[in-house]
Design a protein around this ligand. Structure first.
Ligand SMILES: [Fe+2]
Ligand SMILES: [Fe+2]
Length: 291
């Protein structure tokens, strides 16, 4: 597989199709001691997947470069990734993105999806991804009691008023929504099925709050991205012969729902300090049959 962006006027940059895709979300590697990291990497290798997909909260900014390098060097196949909010902790957004861009340029099997455009897995399935951001689009942001660490650990949010925090979150979500509006239609021209990798759940149905009993109105402004959800659904209108599988994390709570007839969304279960494999996806199977 080449890291070159797929364009419609170019042949597929595929050398070998991907059949087994190992999906991991919210690994929070910064919670692990060195030997625990090694054991987790061994667990990933034992899955014998053809590629690994990480849907954000991989680590924290000061450790991210070293952790990405460790992942790239420990795993043989392609490692596709988007960033989550925790990946910016201890840094600022532009600085972290610049560094990740330099890291993936250096490590051949790393694919940072916002820069990769479309990554084909086989002739029928591709991946498009962007970490995105929660955008206060659901629930009541201004009256929410949730005081996320984002506002104290990411440089861009420090010292901002609540209204300015919300505006910044919306700008970040808009950036991801624009990415999907550009790339998903291109992907659908060529591929029958698209896997969308993002960090923040795009719909309340797939965003189960920490109470575990349905979407929590207090957490929803911070756990869901309405702008990204709207952008994704727009791209799937009148596309009944296509299917989109959205893989996300952030809420740390398992949920799997059919959003529409042609869109399925899946949020991963996670616990800091106990990273897990979410699923080994058999890409040859229809999305509805994936478990
Ligand atoms: Fe997380
Ligand atoms: Fe997160």
């Amino acid at each position: 597989m080449s890291r070159t962006q797929y364009r419609q006027d170019e042949p597929l940059p595929l050398s070998e199709p991907i059949r087994r895709l190992c999906w991991i979300t919210d690994s929070h590697l910064d919670f692990l001691e060195a030997d625990e990291k090694m054991r987790f990497l061994q667990l990933i290798r034992e899955q014998e997947a053809d590629a690994v997909l990480l849907t954000g909260d991989i680590s924290v900014a000061p450790d991210l470069d070293a952790d990405l390098e460790l992942l790239a060097e420990s795993l043989d196949g392609p490692v596709l990734l988007v960033l989550g909010n925790h990946d910016y902790y201890g840094g600022n957004i532009a600085g972290v993105r610049e560094k990740v861009s330099a890291t993936v340029a250096r490590l051949e099997n790393l694919y940072w999806l916002p820069e990769s455009g479309i990554v084909p897995l086989n002739n029928e399935v591709c991946v498009v991804g962007h970490g995105g951001w929660s955008d206060g689009g659901y629930g009541d942001f201004m009256n929410s009691h949730v005081d996320l660490s984002d506002f104290y650990k990411i440089g861009d949010f420090m010292g901002l008023s609540a209204a300015d925090r919300l505006q910044k979150m919306q700008e970040l979500a808009d950036g991801a929504a624009a990415h999907f509006r550009t790339w998903v239609p291109h992907a659908l021209e060529r591929f029958a099925r698209v896997i969308v990798a993002t960090h923040v759940p795009p719909w309340p149905d797939v965003c189960v709050g920490p109470s575990g009993e349905g979407s929590d109105q207090d957490w929803l402004p911070h756990f869901c991205s309405r702008r990204i959800g709207e952008a994704l659904l727009e791209t799937m209108v009148d596309r009944n012969d296509h299917h989109m599988l959205v893989l996300c994390g952030h809420s740390h709570t398992h949920a799997r729902v059919s959003i529409t007839d042609n869109v399925t969304a899946w949020a991963g279960q996670a616990k800091c300090g106990k990273p897990q494999i979410q699923a080994i996806l058999d890409i040859d199977q229809p999305f509805a049959k994936l478990t």
